[in-house]
Design a binder for this molecule. Structure first.
Ligand SMILES: *Cc1c(COP(=O)(O)O)cnc(C)c1O
Length: 444
């Protein structure tokens, strides 16, 4: 195990440092809401958002010098934990050699080769700078390739913040969705059908009635942005069949799931090949990256060889590519997945046992190293409608209790927690003990 001592754990030397509260008040003056991404604002759980000075392994340290065990992992990229030496060394070496050139570098070719090798359904891949961009590109590509305009997505799946993906279910299944953000044109939203996750009947109806204008079906193969929601048996195979029947492309958005379930995509793991796959998070090792890949026949429609335009000044950025390559190499070499699975099962099993023992209505859902502690009596939800029934006030109380005793979770009921390869049974058992303790004080 790597050392978890923190270079700035000497609280005495920090007294002149700004505090979380003073920094947040400065931030609010110059950054809308004081954050650069909305969920960081802690709106759904209350309290001051965190302000972090550093991270190491499974832990991070606030500007006040408080050490927290991190179960958010920067929302997914940090499967190796904070500041993994191989990743930091790779970034340092890349940065020393120049941070950007705007032409090809050897490492980006190596990363593309590695992704194609590890994910056989990806014959060619284009690197971009975020998951949002990857999805935006996949959608334009699907529309350009099929010559069709409509899309099918699932309520509660998040695919970044491009206009056509900020759409939720409208009044009727076949009438298209409505923008879930101001500023999304209603015409854009109307082009997107929105079904409930795991609802193959709805997919069948849309494919049958509107399939001839459907460019793509896009899905998180394991939904991880409404809390963790597992695909029902047959759901993903059903999507593959529906897309084939109506000539639409199937896009697996694996920005979270890619390299989370094994050193490949989730689609590959279960033997279902989408036409396009989007990646991000882990493949950038904590640096900004995204990727879209698929069959050559489709990827070949991208500029400069095809008519679908896409570009990026910092695409394939040397430091980001170096971090991604280093991460994927460690994952391939050390194959931590069985251990991650066991650790996260220990966490979920422990939380569920604590819930039974204390009589609180809690169920911990888990797949691989993803988990959500749902405050609900029923089994884990199967779609957004069910997930929304969770007791969010109880979750907020739980979140705050866990934070007070040094465990940081994503600050919303509708997010997933992440276990990293830097976690050990000690951190997991600490989490379970704290959860059990908190359950005795929460009404749920
Ligand atoms: C995080 C995420 C995105 C967006 O990625 P960004 O890098 O934040 O733009 C897209 N799809 C899924 C499934 C995600 O989890």
């Amino acid at each position: 195990m790597r050392p978890t001592t923190n270079p700035i754990s000497d609280v005495g030397s920090l007294q002149a440092q700004p505090t979380t509260v003073s920094l947040f008040s400065r931030a609010q003056a110059v950054i809308p809401g004081g954050v650069n991404s909305p969920v960081r604002a802690f709106r759904s759980v209350g309290g001051e958002p965190l302000c972090i000075a550093s991270g190491n392994g499974a832990r991070m340290t606030t500007v006040e010098g408080r050490v927290l065990v991190d179960f958010c992992g920067s929302w997914g990229p940090l499967i190796l934990g904070h500041a993994h030496p191989a990743v930091v060394d790779a970034i340092r070496a890349a940065a020393s050699a120049g941070t950007s050139f705007g032409v090809n570098t050897p490492a980006e070719v190596e990363l593309a080769e590695m992704l194609c090798r590890l994910v056989p359904s990806i014959e060619q891949v284009r690197l971009v700078s975020s998951g949002t961009e990857a999805v935006m590109t996949a959608i334009r590509l699907a529309r350009g390739y099929t010559g069709r305009r409509r899309l099918l997505k699932f309520d509660g799946c998040y695919h970044g913040h491009s206009d056509s993906m900020l759409v939720s279910a409208g009044s009727g299944l076949l009438t298209g969705g409505i923008g879930s953000s101001a500023g999304v044109p209603s015409e854009t939203a109307a082009d997107v059908f929105v079904a409930q996750y795991n609802d193959l009947d709805a997919v069948g109806q849309i494919a049958q009635k509107r399939g001839n204008d459907l460019a793509a079906i896009i899905v998180e193969p394991v939904a991880a942005n409404m809390g963790l929601v597992a695909p029902a048996p047959g759901f993903l195979a059903g999507l593959r069949a529906a897309a084939d029947r109506c000539g639409a492309l199937l896009i697996f958005d694996e920005v979270i799931t890619g390299f989370r379930f094994g050193p490949t995509t989730y689609g590959q793991t279960i033997g279902i090949s989408p036409d396009l796959t989007t990646l991000g998070k882990i493949v950038g090792g904590g640096m900004p990256i995204g990727a879209v890949g698929g069959r050559k026949a489709i990827m070949g429609k991208l500029a400069p060889i095809g008519p679908v335009y896409q570009a990026g000044t910092l695409s394939g950025n040397p430091a980001a590519v170096a971090a991604g390559l280093a991460t994927l190499k460690v994952l391939e070499r050390e194959n931590p997945y069985a251990r991650l699975d066991a650790l996260t099962e220990r966490l979920a099993g422990g939380v569920n046992a604590a819930a039974r023992a204390t009589g609180i209505n809690v169920v911990c859902a888990r797949m691989a190293s993803l988990f959500t502690v749902y405050f609900r009596k029923e089994p884990a939800p199967r779609n957004l409608e069910e997930a929304k029934l969770a007791a969010t006030k109880a979750f907020a109380a739980f979140f705050r209790k866990m934070l007070v005793c040094g465990h940081y979770l994503p600050p919303s009921q509708f997010e997933v927690g992440f276990v990293s390869a830097a976690h050990t049974e000690r951190e997991i058992d600490g989490f379970v003990a704290a959860a059990r303790e908190s359950f005795t004080t929460i009404e749920g």
